[in-house]
Design a protein around this ligand. Structure first.
Ligand code: PEP
Ligand code: MG
Length: 325
């Protein structure tokens, strides 16, 4: 799949009417890093740090974590790498951290909820990230934040680790940017307060949409029941993106949704300018963007966001066909 798009690797993701879209890559293991140059991605928009923990038989030590994060920064060279702190629990279990059975693990003790209850895990991980980024730029974000207070608590732990590093006289990162995932709907109702405190935001539609529709992301029976191009979704996301733009906070969408050309087209149409997706999706999404007339799409979408049926998907398919996308 990558080969088909090889010739377009160095081309920019610019619409026909001149709007730039930043395409980033999702990664999680050292093996993924080669795809960065192969796809021409502008950086890693989501580095899922839990993968290293999921494939290990014992808890990875600070030095081992540092090695992986360093390798990611090395591979990216000047490009940004957004490290997401551990999202363990839910659909991502690790054998060496025993846990209680839960009725609803996706809504259970996972991600930042584990980290805030067991801060040592998070502290060691942040320590490894700070070591790896010595003299470089560090982007770090926290998963499953449900309210601003949780973000603040995480940021405080990071601040303590930065102070510890300074106390030891070790070289700090050149810059540290701190952000969070928007994947729990409640956070969207504290967005204005949050945007005053974060350096960037990343929309995780895989979780966000499972909670938005109360629809288990891993249930095959439910796959396809709710449409990610429903007006409710698009109106909601349009509001989030508009708030971020108004506050001048960079916002990226890093869920699977952004890797599907039709969905990505709708997202760009409603104002999104940064997408992080799997390596194999970058070529198809870039090709869509390069054939897109954004002004026409905007008018087309605006006229349809009030509909209450599933017709937007069909309409967008027609729009794409009519425009040779
Ligand atoms: C998401 O929820 O959209 C996301 C990117 O995180 P993950 O798929 O790792 O839960
Ligand atoms: Mg998620």
């Amino acid at each position: 799949l990558l080969a088909e798009y090889e010739a377009e690797r160095a081309l920019s993701a610019k619409t026909l009417d001149g709007t730039d879209v930043t395409l980033l890559m999702n990664a999680g293991l050292t093996a993924d890093l080669a795809s960065l140059d192969a796809t021409g991605a502008e950086g890693i928009g989501l580095f899922r740090t839990e993968f290293q923990f999921m494939v290990a038989s014992t808890l990875p030590k600070v030095e081992e974590q540092t090695r992986i994060y360093s390798a990611a920064l090395d591979a990216a060279r000047e490009r940004p790498v957004v490290f997401r702190t551990l999202d363990i629990g839910g659909d991502k279990q690790v054998p060496f951290l025993p846990r209680d059975e839960e009725e609803n693990p996706a809504m259970g003790w996972r991600a930042i909820r584990v980290a805030l209850d067991r801060p040592a895990l998070l502290r060691y991980q942040l320590r490894a990230l700070l070591y790896a980024a010595a003299g470089r730029t560090l982007h770090v974000m926290f998963p499953m934040i449900a309210e601003v207070a949780e973000f603040r608590a995480c940021r405080k732990i990071l601040q303590k680790e930065i102070e510890r590093l300074e106390g030891l006289g070790k070289e700090p990162p050149g810059r540290v940017y701190v952000g969070c995932m928007l994947e729990v709907p409640s956070l969207a109702w504290q967005l204005d307060a949050l945007l005053k405190e974060v350096d960037f935001l990343s929309i995780g539609t895989n979780d966000l949409m499972q909670f938005f529709f109360a629809c288990d992301r891993s249930s095959p029976r439910l796959a396809g029941r709710y449409d990610l191009l429903a007006p409710s979704v698009l109106t909601f996301l349009r509001g989030v993106v508009a708030s971020c733009n108004a506050a001048n906070v960079p916002v990226t969408l890093c869920g699977e949704m952004g890797g599907r050309p039709l969905e990505a087209m709708a997202l760009v149409g409603l104002g999104l300018r940064r997408i992080s997706t799997s390596p194999t999706s970058i070529g198809p999404v870039k090709r869509m963007i390069r054939t897109l007339n954004l002004d026409e799409l905007r008018v087309f979408l605006d006229a349809r966001l009030d509909s209450t049926d599933h017709s937007i998907r069909d309409s967008l398919v027609h729009f794409a066909r009519d425009h040779g996308i």
